[in-house]
Design a binder for this molecule. Sequence first.
Ligand code: UTP
Length: 280
Amino acid sequence: MIPAAGLGTRFLPATKELPKELLPVLDRPVIQWAAEEAVASGADEIVLVLAEGKEALAAHLRPDPALERLLEERGKTAELEAVRRAGNLCRITVARQASPRGLGDAVLCAAGAVGDRTFLCMLPDDLSLAEPPVLRQLWDAHERLGTPILALMRVPSDQISRYGCAEIAESRGKLHRVSGVVEKPPAAEAKSDLAVMGRYVLTPAIFPALRETAPGALGEIQLTDAIGRLLATGEVWGVEFEGELLDVGTPAGWLATNMRLGRGHPEFQSAFASIDAGDA
Ligand code: UTP
């Protein structure tokens, strides 16, 4: 499940008309990076949660026979292959969120499409730079433990107030049993330096938990609150994943990620080399 019905206010004015998930990172939009990670992690279907006006996200991940025909006629083989790849990663299902009532509400909007399945949930604001991908590491942890799994990342203690913070009951190496999650705690009150990142394995029990979760100050339903409710009836574990998540949900993060990936990319590194040499 990819919740992508948010407003993208941190990226205005770029996102006034264009969804942030369609901004390119190198040669492909953010949503394709997310879908490729999901498929590389074993997903065979993606449920996209979309707001009105964001239908192009689903269109990007579905076949485009007219464009394919045109590229074929013109002998643009490499381009045709790239277009076919983007449109045939896996089955795409769309769920709608009527108004931006928060991440928890967005997940709940996909309940019908997900049904009685345990599922991976990912926020496309971060790209996985990891082998195996971060989502796959979470799924592997789920196969060992059988519980919901959170992606955990250690952060400097003065930065924990920007994240959801996990309270830990027990640790087995990089696996941690979570006893609570507090959204953006003041640094002095944080129970750990483990931040909860936007990748999850969730069980269908999350849906009744979300229905019972009252909206917070801005009328938004927090996924974190519903995960807290799951702790009353069963275990939730977190995995301190190997590798990195790269921010593409803010202008500064998006720029830095493009530069970081571009410098190491066979097709684009010469463009960066020319900038570094001062001749651009
Ligand atoms: P964010 O909190 O980053 O919000 O949402 P946003 O709208 O994407 O961006 P900013 O903060 O305004 O710049 C985290 C994830 O939850 C989804 C977003 O699309 C993003 O993937 N989301 C958020 C929804 O699907 N619906 C919502 O009502 C809120």
